[in-house]
Structure formats: C-alpha cells, structure tokens
Design a protein around this ligand. Structure first.
Ligand SMILES: [Zn+2]
Length: 248
C-alpha cells in the first residue's frame, strides 16, 4: 500500500464531503489527523460515532476501508462522525505493525509512552463521548473474519449484525479460541476488567473513557486485500445502520 497516496486520497475525499480535518500530532514526515463531520439533519440528538484505522502498519485493509467509506459517503443522516483513518502511517512505509521505534501503539493506551498515542489521547479527551466506537484491524493468523465487542452495560449488541452482514462476502472464523480468548461464531466478548490489564489497546481506553459500546473488527490477512476491505466496509456500514434504525 502506498500510504502517501492513500492519505492524500483520504484528505481529498474528506474535503469533498464536508469533513473538517484536525492535525493532532506528527509522526516522521506525516501529520496525524482526525476527521469530523456533523450530522446532516437535526431532529434530536445526533448519534455520535467514532472510527479508527491504521494503527498497525502491516494491516492495509483498515486505511483502504476508510478511504472507501469516505468516498462512498453513505453515512446515516443523524450521525455525527469522528474518524482517525491512519494512526501509524510510518508503519505502512516499512510494512511493520509497530511504530518506527518498534512500539506497538495498540498496547500503549494505558501508559501513553509513545508520542503518537499521547497526542491521540489528548485529541480524544477534547471530544465528547461517543455512542459507539469501531476500530478496524486485520489479523495475520485468523481463519476468517472475527470481532471483539465491548458492551459492559449489556445494552443492545452490535456484533451479530456485523457478522451476519460480513458473512455474505468473507468467511467467519469458526474457532472456539481466537487470540487465546473464547470465541463463538466469530465473536469475542472480553469480560476482563481493563483495569486488571497492564497494557491497553485503543479499544480499552475508549471503553474506560469515551464510550460504553464498540467493536474491533478483524479482517483475515490470508484472504485477498479486496475481500478484507469489503469485509471491513460492510461491517462498518452494518453497524452504522443498526445503530441508526430508519436511516439510510
Ligand atoms: Zn491490528
């Protein structure tokens, strides 16, 4: 993936469709940025949705899905959106999971030891709470698509809706153990309190500080890139629609 070209295309698509771009940090030659778009119609309180991608530099499907979603521009009208489409651009330059210092940014959201995550969290702290978050990833070891759902209050889940939509175009990982955690039908529901964990992924920070519902989507890297991007785009769209019944 040519990350410079993809980021340029993301900025162009965002500008064309009414997003504002905020630079919150720097990584090597790249600006780290977030996109924001207000709800396009205003009856009642907008649904606040946060999306992120590209924190692992060997997972190109995330930023490519971000680009597709921005170009398609099919967002629920009552949705206010925040989108961080590429949190580790230097990782993509060298096709490596970690940042240039060899740190996995997606393990740094508890102690904030990297400049990238420190800047990202500082930006997140300036935003309102989100009704739902979606983090876009790939997994190099999985046998199909799967996801994590965090839903500590036991509200209406999103996971099944996403799985059922993705199933039509990408196999779902049937394993009963994925990443050392019990899974069922491609769904992992982590039930450990993040406070018991020494390291936090972005999703743990989000569930502790910004949202009470969200999913981490994992597309299987063994499958063609087109399939992985389609799976992530379809999963996001399914989640957005289910969270905004009657829209679209
Ligand atoms: Zn990842």
């Amino acid at each position: 993936m040519d990350v410079r070209a993809v980021l340029s295309d993301i900025e162009t698509a965002a500008q064309q469709h009414g997003w504002t771009l905020e630079i919150f940090g720097r990584q090597g030659e790249f600006n780290l940025f977030a996109l924001h778009r207000p709800a396009s119609i205003g009856p009642g309180h907008p649904t606040r949705l946060y999306l992120s991608a590209g924190i692992h530099g060997d997972e190109p499907a995330g930023p490519l899905a971000a680009l597709r979603l921005l170009r398609d521009n099919q967002w629920p009208a009552n949705a206010e959106l925040w989108f961080c489409p590429c949190l580790n651009p230097m990782g993509f330059v060298v096709n490596r999971r970690e940042n240039p210092d060899g740190k996995d940014l997606n393990r740094d959201y508890r102690h904030l030891e990297t400049a990238e995550v420190l800047a990202h969290v500082a930006w997140l702290e300036r935003q309102p709470r989100f009704d739902v978050y979606l983090c876009l990833h790939e997994d190099w070891e999985s046998h199909g698509f799967y996801l994590y759902e965090q839903n500590p209050d036991g509200g209406p889940p999103l996971a099944e809706t996403i799985i059922e939509a993705v199933r039509n175009l990408c196999p779902i990982d049937p394993s009963e153990i994925i990443e050392e955690r019990p899974a069922q039908g491609g769904i992992i529901r982590p039930n450990l309190d993040p406070r018991t964990r020494p390291q936090w992924a972005e999703a743990f920070y989000l569930i502790m500080n910004k949202s009470r519902l969200g999913c981490t989507l994992e597309a299987p890297s063994d499958f063609p890139l087109r399939t992985r991007v389609n799976a992530l785009v379809t999963g996001v769209n399914a989640a957005l629609m289910s969270f905004n019944p009657g829209s679209g």
